[in-house]
Design a protein around this ligand. Structure first.
Ligand code: GLC
Length: 742
């Protein structure tokens, strides 16, 4: 009895303690009380706002900010580029630098590199780190990540996106979104949708059948919204079904807000808004960057005359626009403000920390793809190599400046040559030769690299000097690729061809003639042609690696990191091996872009046409070897609606530890509508010590077997036989097993 009384007394005491210490409700209005439910705060704030205040928060007030409600203490929203790091401050209404001295950042690797890690933990680390930098800089909306699907190797902004496969992009975007937003910073997933090229980006009308739209181009956005919980989405510049994507009934109202239940804000791309009535009724919530006709941008009142500014207010005042639609937009923007600027639970954030440099290095190192390694030319053994020749402009050229709106001002960028020198120390002599001249500029909107890349030697002399340096070297590392200059992986300019620009192919061929211990490192965000590939023993795709690019590359070249990246898109031998180009469905001059290849994008096209790629989607080598057992499907026949599990043993048969990305593809053996031979439906990155075996088990859920039936406008699961293919790449299937859905 005594015990019961004591327990009751203790409980009562606790209750009293808790109640008397519970934070007292703030006396102020509900919207200011962040212990109140979000929707109560939204409704309370909405009810206090005047018509003018409601309209004012639906458009920009400066280049990167939109208004709050000063009278109510509701703060303005500050947005920032970009997907790879936090852009330096610009002037109020300019693209040019504000010349602050405290806004240098860490540049994380480009998103193709993140996708190439095939490691969701890296995506989480990326989102956490870049979210902390945005938070520290007091930014509320990060204008990224981009998840437009890689349709053509010529798209100037592929480096900002996550490759050709909707499943890979869907899996890799979610942790980035979740971790950024844990900082009280919203992502703004872009560019929704069908912005798969830069050519005529403001004008072209994308003609896409519903199967390709739903199976290829929308899934990553849907995952970002439904699994990631994205708080904002950026409309694309292009048209779809004759309406600009920034105010598009189909994409924004029917699909995003209707089918997917998106409760966040649709933000226009900068200059993507073109019509007041369409902006009102077709789903735009927040207008940025408009250069409207009859307006001088940066004139004193230019923001008042935005499409969702005075013209909108006029329509409301005369009853020519719906108050309900207005209030829906305002609720969404208020929700965004409460989630970010008025979120009092935000962590502190951090900037340019050692942890962020380490994260950048780790992600870059996990994303680097070892494409070819004949005669074990890699890793370079520093115990024996006495002279190392480093050739190529991309060994020294900074890559964090340029490329468009993702351009950054970094605290420091470790270039490949710097990274190689740091790793080699005095173990070997390093000689450097330029080899070719690419792009000598180094500035974007006033951020300058400060590098002097001027060169007086002729093309022939440069090659002669490179060959002379390489001839007697123990190892030769050529570092080239693209460089984010105009038409070389850059916003608003697609590439003109698949080949490497400048004299790079000549230099590589000349080096291969004189030294077999040659590795070619491609720094790019896109596939490139490699006419010399049979003459070169080592080929590495190093991506745009960010602030730690050089250290990450050196970690791999000298074996400190065993490469584990896999290609997130196909490297075709030639442009015509790509579906859009084979069907002449990409022409930079066309104002109508018909996606004639439909769902057959990337490896889906290669499988269908039996075209052998230069390097396949999912391809990536290691310094060790992995063997695969037989795929086992315990229940090869299941009722419709049940899961199927497939397992396989993977063993590290080499003598160094490594990571392997085990890939699951599924093929529908017979279907009413045409389907790809196989589609990626699972992947697992596993670490294995020498001799170690792990069993990888995939659970195949019914949704993973469905295709989108455009006639029914819905996802369909047909009974019948399927094949599970498990392998190390889309063209390297190690085992397969059939199963049936009854
Ligand atoms: C640009 C880009 C977009 C960027 C925005 C702000 O035109 O398309 O990705 O976030 O404008 O710089």
């Amino acid at each position: 009895m005594k015990l019961i009384i004591r327990l009751m007394t203790a409980a009562l005491g606790m209750a009293l303690t808790v109640s008397c210490c519970q934070a007292p409700k703030s006396e102020g209005p509900v919207y200011l009380d962040d212990s109140q439910p979000m929707e109560a705060r939204v409704e309370d704030a909405l009810s206090r706002m005047t018509l003018e205040e409601k309209v004012k928060i639906l458009h920009a007030q400066s280049k990167f900010s939109s208004a709050g409600v000063p009278r109510l203490g509701i703060p303005e929203l500050w947005t920032t580029d970009g997907p790879h790091g936090i852009r330096p401050e610009v002037l109020w209404d300019e693209w040019d630098q504000a010349k602050w001295t405290n806004d240098s950042c860490v540049a994380f690797p480009a998103l193709t590199c993140l996708a190439a890690t095939w490691n969701e933990d890296m995506s989480a680390l990326y989102g956490k780190s870049i979210g902390e930098e945005a938070r520290y800089r007091e930014k509320d909306v990060l204008l990224g990540p981009g998840v437009n699907i890689y349709r053509t190797p010529l798209n100037g902004r592929n480096f900002e996106y996550m490759g050709e496969d909707p499943y890979l992009a869907s899996k890799m975007v979610v942790p980035y979104v979740q971790e950024v937003q844990k900082n009280g910073v919203a992502v703004c997933v872009k560019h929704y949708a069908l912005n798969n090229q830069e050519a005529r980006r403001h004008e072209y009308d994308a003609i896409v059948d519903d199967r390709a739209l739903y199976e290829i181009y929308l899934p990553a956005f849907k995952a970002a919204v439904q699994e990631g919980g994205a708080w904002s989405i950026m409309g694309a510049y292009n048209f779809y079904k004759g309406q600009h994507a920034c105010h598009n009934q189909y994409l924004l109202n029917d699909i995003l807000k209707g089918e997917w239940g998106f409760d966040g804000v649709v933000i226009s791309d900068w200059g993507g808004t073109h019509d007041t009535d369409q902006a009102i009724t077709n789903g735009l919530d927040l207008e940025f960057g408009t250069w409207t006709n009859g307006l001088n941008s940066s004139s004193s009142n230019s923001y008042d005359t935005y499409y969702l500014a005075d013209p909108y207010l006029e329509r409301l005042r005369i009853g020519a626009a719906s108050e309900d639609i207005l209030n829906d937009k305002v609720r969404r923007v208020l929700r965004l403000i409460f989630r970010t600027a008025m979120n009092n639970d935000k962590p502190a954030g951090s900037m340019c920390s050692p942890e962020h440099d380490e994260a950048a290095r780790q992600i870059a190192g996990e994303g680097i793809v070892l494409l070819k390694n004949d005669n074990d030319v890699l890793p370079i053994d520093l115990a024996s190599a006495k002279k190392i020749a480093v050739i190529g402009e991309n060994a020294i050229k900074m890559m964090t400046v340029g490329g468009g709106s993702s351009s950054l001002k970094v605290k420091h960028e470790c270039t490949p040559l710097e990274g190689i020198k740091a790793a080699v120390g005095d173990n070997a002599e390093i000689v450097y030769e330029r080899g070719y001249v690419g792009d000598v500029t180094g500035d974007y909107n006033g951020v300058v690299t400060g590098q002097d890349l001027s060169e007086s030697r002729s093309e022939a002399k440069l090659i002669e000097d490179a060959v002379a340096a390489a001839k007697d070297a123990d190892a030769v590392i050529f570092i080239g690729g693209l460089n984010k200059a105009s038409h070389q992986d850059c916003e608003d300019s697609d590439r003109y061809h698949l080949e490497l620009p400048y004299a790079q192919d000549k230099v590589i061929a000349a080096l291969a003639e004189v030294n077999p211990n040659l590795t070619v490192v491609i720094v790019s965000g896109n596939a490139v042609a490699m006419p010399w590939v049979d003459k070169v023993n080592g080929v590495v795709e190093a991506w745009f690696g960010g602030s730690q690019a050089g250290n990450a590359l050196a970690d791999v070249l000298f074996g400190k990191v065993n490469p584990s990246g896999k290609l997130p898109f196909t490297f075709p031998v030639k442009l015509e091996d790509n579906g859009a180009h084979a069907l002449n469905a990409y022409d930079p001059e066309d104002l109508t872009v018909e996606y004639k290849e439909g769902i057959f994008v990337g490896y889906r096209w290669a499988d269908k046409q039996k075209v052998k790629p230069l390097f396949a989607f999912g391809h990536g080598l290691s310094y060790t070897d992995f063997s695969y057992g037989d795929a086992v499907c315990r229940k090869p026949s299941v009722k419709a609606g049940s899961d199927v599990t497939v397992s396989i043993d993977v063993t590290n048969t080499g003598d160094v530890a490594g990571k392997e990305v085990v890939q699951l593809y599924i093929g529908d053996n017979e279907s009413a509508l045409v389907r790809p031979v196989k589609e990626l439906k699972g992947f697992r990155k596993i670490a294995l010590n020498p001799g170690e075996t792990k069993t990888v088990t995939f659970t195949i859920e019914p949704d993973m077997l469905k295709y989108f039936d455009d006639a029914k406008h819905g996802w369909v699961l047909e009974n019948g036989k399927f094949t599970a293919y498990i392998g190390a790449a889309s063209d390297d299937i190690r085992s397969q097993v059939e199963f049936e859905v009854k």
